[in-house]
Write a new protein. Sequence first.
Length: 319
Amino acid sequence: GRGKQATATKEDDWIDQLFIANTHDYILCFSNRGRVYWIKVWEVPQGSRNSRGKPMVNMFPLEKDERINVVLPLTGEFRSFPEDHYVFMSTKMGTVKKTPLTDFSNPRKAGIIAVGLDDGDVLVGAALTDGKHDVMLFSDGGKAVRFDEDDVRPMGRGARGVRGMMLEDGQSVIAMLVAEDETQSVLTATENGYGKRTSIVEYTRHGRGTKGMIAIQQSERNGKVVAATLVRPEDEIMLITDKGVLVRTRVAEIRELGRATQGVTLIALDEGAKLIGLQRIVENDANVPAEGEDGSEDIGDTGTDTPDTPNSGDGTSEA
């Protein structure tokens, strides 16, 4: 379908991440400038179920053109910053880095450097790992590389990292994924509205620093790859165009194909429009009508509601 027109500012949004946390748990917020900022759960403004929430740009002393693009909650055992866990990061130019989680155990309101960046480079991904996972990098040229995270030695916060993927001229990394198990699929999408899902088993493990393998066939029809994410058949995804059009669809409706194929149509684009984003939707109780409501509002079409549950007696909340 062509989706539903949303406004170009605050309506083109949806729930990207949902987690349960205690009031004194930490949330690490990484910016595209390679800096990390701390915030406690209790410092996040509390609102009603239908409230929009507070923009993150108003919570941190961000510089001009700096924005938060990765949020890592440290809940449960992670609140103590265990020594056997790491923060794995990737940049647009294909550099990767693994830093012990303990290096982030001294919170500073002004934030600190998480990774040293070269001129023109930005942080595109960060994830908590235990040193036993595979990391996957995807470029806008339709290539992907999968390697063992042990191929990257732990480094300090100020280090620039090592090469994770060799890129051709004009290409950049658009996504970093941490594989959980072999039952997942990789969903890729291109700027002209095409995409597919491919079993993660087809992405064989190679050493880091290579050009990688074909993730989706590059062609004039497809255009550049704009997104890649790990999904399961029961998941749903949200697609958004540069014209502010949103489409929500089920992953099961997208055909599973091999790596070296062009994919199928994910969204019918208007003339001159481009697909700019794809994200797996996190389901939550905000999509269930509250008592006394008729449920006539289709929250899924706009994705504007921000879930929020008042703190309970045990100090837990939904952030």
